[in-house]
Design a protein. Structure first.
Lengths: 247, 213
C-alpha cells in the first residue's frame, strides 16, 4: 500500500488543542493525514482517538490551533456541514434509527435524494453479508451486527474520507476479516482516505500504510507502517509495539 | 339499548374531540420542548408533572365558575353542554400530551444527532429524524390522553351535569346507575368503557409496531 507523496494531505493539524474535561485535553503538535490512504490511529482506550476523529469529522471544533481540510480551515464559515457531506464517521457505539436494517443503510442516501438508492444499498448489504437481515428491525440486532450496519450505512455513501472508531471492537474474527476486506476494497477502488482508530497492533499493521500512536491525549509518533513497527523513534512507541506497555 | 349506544357515542365524541384538541396543541409544543434547551426542560418538568396530576373536579369547578351565567364566559352558554365537557377534558389531557412527548424526545440519545450529522444530515433533517424516533412516545402520549379522558368523571359531571340524552357519558352514567342500584346497567356501561379503552390502545400498539423480525 504505497502512497503518492506528491499529493497534498487530506488533513493538516498544527498546535491543535481540544479541552474535553478539566482532567483531559487533546494536544496534537503536528499531523498530516495522507490523502487516499489508510492511516491507523493506534492507542489505548481513553488516549484521545475518538476526540480526534470527532474533530476530523467536522462534529466538534478544536479549542485552539489550526485544523485544515484540503486547502482551507475545516471549521471555517459553514464548512463543517460541507465536510460532513464528504467525510463520514462510524462511531464506536453505533446507534440505529427506528426501522429495519435497510432503513438504516438507506438513511444517508435518502436525505441526499440519491437516484440509484436501491442498487447501492443492495450491493453494500450483500458485501457485508447483511442481506438476510435487511428486513429485520435494527433494534433487535446484536452489538456486532449493529457495527456491521453502521459500516454499511457509511460505505453506501461512498465518502471521500471514512473515519472509523474501533469498528471491529465487538466482532468475531470472521467478521473482522469481512469488515477489513470491505473497507480496504472500497479504499483501493475509490482512493478513499481512511482513518482507522484501533487499539489492535496487528490490525493497524494489516490495514494501514501510515500509523500514528496516541497516548494520554498526545500524538506520540506517526510514520509509514513499516518504519513505525520496525524502527520506532519514540521509546514509548518501542514499548507499545513490543508489548511492554501495559494499558 | 338505544340509550347505551347514544351514551357510548357521546363518550367517544367528547373524549375523542378533547384528545384531538390536546394532540393538536400538545404534540407541537411537546416536540418543541423536547428539542429545546435541557435547562428549560429542567424547569418545566415539575410544572408539567403537577399539571398531569391536576384533580378533574378542580378543573370542573374552575370551568363551572367561568362558564356559569354570572361568570366571565357565561355569554357562551356552554354550561351543561358537550362543548364545555370537551373543553374540560382538553385541559386535563393537554399536560399529558406535552409531558410524555417532551420526555420521549428528550430520551432519544444525544449521540444519535452527532451520528446523523456525520451521515450528512442537516440540522433540520436531524430534528425530523429525532422526532420520528419519538413517534412511539407520541402515540403513547395521545393514547394516555384518550385513556384519561374516557375514564374521567369529575370534570364532565360538574360542567356537563349528566343530563340524559344530552350530556350523559359512560362514566357519568355508570356513576348514576350505580347510585340508583342498577348494577347490571352500570356493569354493561363499564364493559363498554373497557372495550373502548382496549380498542384504542390496541390500535396504538399496532401503529407502533416495528418492522417484521
Amino acid at each position: 500500500m504505497t502512497g503518492d507523496g506528491s499529493r497534498e494531505p487530506c488533513y493538516r493539524l498544527r498546535g491543535v488543542v481540544r479541552v474535553v474535561s478539566p482532567t483531559f485535553e487533546l494536544r496534537i503538535g503536528e499531523l498530516a493525514v495522507p490523502r487516499g490512504q489508510v492511516f491507523a490511529l493506534l492507542g489505548p482506550t481513553g488516549s484521545g482517538k475518538s476526540t480526534l476523529l470527532l474533530m476530523l469529522a467536522g462534529l466538534e471544533p478544536p479549542t485552539a490551533g489550526e485544523l485544515a481540510w484540503g486547502d482551507g480551515p475545516l471549521y471555517g464559515n459553514s464548512r463543517p456541514a460541507a465536510v460532513r457531506q464528504s467525510a463520514t464517521l462510524v462511531f464506536q457505539r453505533p446507534l440505529p434509527i427506528r426501522g429495519s436494517v435497510r432503513t438504516n443503510v438507506e438513511y444517508g442516501l435518502r436525505i441526499r435524494a440519491t437516484a440509484d438508492l436501491g442498487d447501492r444499498v443492495a450491493a453494500v448489504l450483500s458485501q457485508l453479508h447483511l442481506d438476510r437481515l435487511a428486513g429485520q428491525s435494527a433494534a433487535s440486532l446484536s452489538g456486532g451486527q449493529l457495527q456491521l450496519v453502521a459500516i454499511a450505512r457509511a460505505l453506501v455513501l461512498r465518502p471521500q474520507v471514512l473515519l472509523l472508531d474501533e469498528p471491529t471492537a465487538h466482532l468475531d474474527p470472521a467478521h473482522v476479516a469481512l469488515v477489513e476486506a470491505a473497507v480496504i476494497d472500497d479504499q483501493r477502488e475509490r482512493q478513499t482516505t481512511v482513518i482507522w482508530a484501533t487499539h489492535n497492533l496487528f490490525q493497524a499493521r494489516r490495514v494501514a500504510s501510515h500509523v500514528g500512536l496516541m497516548l494520554d491525549g498526545q500524538l506520540v509518533e506517526q510514520q509509514p507502517t513499516d518504519s513505525f513497527f520496525e524502527a520506532p523513534r519514540d521509546p514509548r512507541t518501542c514499548d507499545f509495539v513490543a508489548g511492554r506497555m501495559v494499558y | 339499548m338505544q340509550d347505551l349506544a347514544d351514551i357510548a357515542l357521546r363518550s367517544l365524541l367528547v373524549s375523542g374531540s378533547a384528545t384531538i384538541i390536546a394532540a393538536c396543541l400538545g404534540l407541537p409544543l411537546g416536540a418543541w420542548l423536547g428539542l429545546a434547551d435541557r435547562r428549560l426542560r429542567l424547569w418545566l418538568r415539575p410544572l408539567l408533572f403537577s399539571l398531569m396530576a391536576l384533580p378533574p373536579v378542580v378543573v370542573g369547578l374552575a370551568l363551572y365558575m367561568l362558564l356559569s351565567r354570572s361568570g366571565p364566559l357565561g355569554r357562551l352558554e356552554w354550561l351543561y353542554s358537550v362543548p364545555a365537557m370537551i373543553l374540560a377534558q382538553s385541559i386535563l389531557a393537554l399536560p399529558f400530551v406535552i409531558g410524555v412527548t417532551m420526555q420521549g424526545i428528550a430520551a432519544v440519545p444525544a449521540e444519535l444527532a452527532q451520528q446523523l450529522r456525520s451521515l450528512g444530515a442537516s440540522e433540520r433533517q436531524v430534528r425530523s429524524t429525532i422526532l420520528r424516533e419519538a413517534y412511539p412516545a407520541m402515540g403513547l402520549a395521545v393514547a394516555a390522553a384518550l385513556g384519561r379522558s374516557l375514564s374521567e368523571v369529575g370534570a364532565v359531571l360538574i360542567v356537563g351535569g349528566n343530563i340524559a340524552g344530552k350530556t350523559s357519558v359512560l362514566t357519568t352514567a355508570i356513576y348514576q346507575e350505580t347510585s340508583r342500584g342498577h348494577f347490571a346497567t352500570a356493569i354493561a356501561l363499564g364493559a363498554m368503557l373497557l372495550a373502548m379503552a382496549w380498542t384504542v390502545n390496541l390500535a396504538v400498539a399496532l401503529w407502533q409496531r416495528e418492522p417484521a423480525v
